[in-house]
Design a protein around this ligand. Sequence first.
Ligand code: ADP
Ligand code: MG
Length: 697
Amino acid sequence: MMNVPELFGSMVFDDRMMKARLSANVYNSLQQTINQGKKLESGVANAVADAMKEWAISLGATHFTHWFQPMTGITAEKHDSFISPAPDGRVIMEFSGKELIKGEPDASSFPNGGLRATFEARGYTTWDPTSYAFVKDNTLYIPTAFCSYGGHALDKKTPLLRSMQALNKQALRVLKLFGNADVRRVTPSVGPEQEYFLVDQAMYGKRKDLIYTGRTLFGAKPPKGQELDDHYFGTIKPRVAAFMAELDEELWKLGVLAKTEHNEVAPAQHELAPIYTTANLATDHNQLTMEVMQKVAAKHGMVCLLHEKPFAGVNGSGKHNNWSLSTDTGMNLLSPGDTPYENAQFLLFLVAVIKAVDDYQDLLRLSVASAGNDHRLGANEAPPAVVSMFLGDELTAILEAIETDTPYSAAEKTQMKLGVHTLPRFARDTTDRNRTSPFAFTGNKFEFRMVGSSDSIACCNIMLNTAVAESLKQFADELEGADNFESSLHALIQKTIKAHKRIIFNGNGYEDAWLEEAARRGLSNLRTTPDCVPHMLDKKNVEMLTSHKVYTAAELEARCEILMENYCKVVRIEALTMVDMVQKDILPAVEAYSAALSGAAATKLALDTDTPCNYEKKLVKKLSALADQMDDKAEKLSLAIVKLKMVDGIEEESATIRDEILPRMNELRVAADEAETVTAAKYWPFPTYGELLFGLK
Ligand code: ADP
Ligand code: MG
């Protein structure tokens, strides 16, 4: 029998472990570093390092690594062993405070967007004591931030921590105005729901597209897709159930709060939802979750696909970023309260988020931009590329009443005057459900649904935290100087609703009518990565992000470049893979089948010259025409890829990819998929959609 409470966090150097293994003095100093950011004395660092090492060795660790999150890719690590030579020619196991606090990975091959001049090829990693160290694969993992020697952030964690600081600062100002003197810290809480696909490892191994790009680049629609809705929440296949059980166990050991496992809408698609935690930890844990998913899947003879759109024609995978604001006193600032006063505070935080999302739609959109997610946003299973907010009928009605100074509740007929004594109570109703909204209020949290399944959640939370910090800053500036708090508060909320209500949309976000309406409202519709990424450098965005010290202007330029570079590289690899598969696998298969058909016809004709052989003739003709088409389109695609080299500048290159490469890839696919539908199964060179999606026993 598994003792889950015992198992949970057993590989984590968490608070319980620190208390058990550190002296009271060292523990208290470390707590001050963790909670108040106090500098860590070297004596303390040495003591912590030593205790960590002893603990890690007791769990079988031989190595340690500074674990970090570079600007692209998943996570990075370089392993060092604990060994150190001893005078007697043997070794001892050593780990110093210096090694705990600072690492110097040779970082020259991590993307840096020009931030690190080549002469300073090294960056350094620094321990993030707010995220616990853990043991995995016989290695002590130390969560770290990654910077260049010039001090520029080369990772995703540093700006995330900065954004949490900015948000904390501004939220505390606002809370003070409401008399919450006891609150000392406000942190964003995040629960990311992770979607993924599982496919058979042997089938995966036969598809170059999956191996090289993580998604299928070809594949005719099988007779059955997701139309019966029989997979969602359906019974879980034994092999998948075994995977999920082991996944939970591995994640629990690492202190990840894996909570809910279920089947998703598309065949072979599943979801894992953790219990929410602090944004920083949730980000680290989500990276770990993605990694562990892939490892555990391999142990079960499967491959976990984290791509946003592994299969055309069925739903893609996203990550719902559930976000709220928690205080150290246990309040959720996005939870409607029990008293009018609490509700006034709730409404102010609510309109702060509304204003933030409206003012920085473009930043939220580009925080989830990638070549993979472009296939998902706007397809009819995922939210559109237009950012809008769903509030539900009741909240919308309340905001309307405040905006127009009209009675809200039919029963009470009281005016929504935010003198706060008269504000009617409203229920914490979470029954409103809208699955099509990119940014939905779900009772006591917002759910940002545009995030792609392989994205780091750091990026969207950085933008969200900072944009909300900006709203709160403006609010605090205004209210701190007010003569009459209550009337100023009312005026401020009313003014904010008026200015930003265009972002609220409670209808069906999948309909074309909404896109037209959104355009009339002046909402931005940035459909692809090349469309949205350059907006990172818009004046208003740079000013906002730098004023809260979340990014420097140079860091933003670097990120912009890296995002576009990554987009270009990804699509280029996809295009090359398509050409390769067509030329080396698909065309030869089609030719072989045509030859077999021709041979069959020739044999029949030899037997009897009057045999009509209509079937063979018709099919060979069709296959031949499709082969010519594929050949022609593959050649044009190859040529377009070669011509890319002549395009100057990354912005132009990404636009060319969007306008020239992707449409050619689509055309090539159409011809190949048609060929698949008329080619005998045993000739087709790799597993089909039907086999991949329904093949797990
Ligand atoms: P669903 O959205 O699928 O109906 P839930 O609302 O129960 O499911 O939760 C989805 C995710 O939201 C979970 O990861 C959960 O931990 C997280 N969550 C719940 N409450 C909050 C909150 N106050 N702040 C942030 N995340 C939350
Ligand atoms: Mg959800």
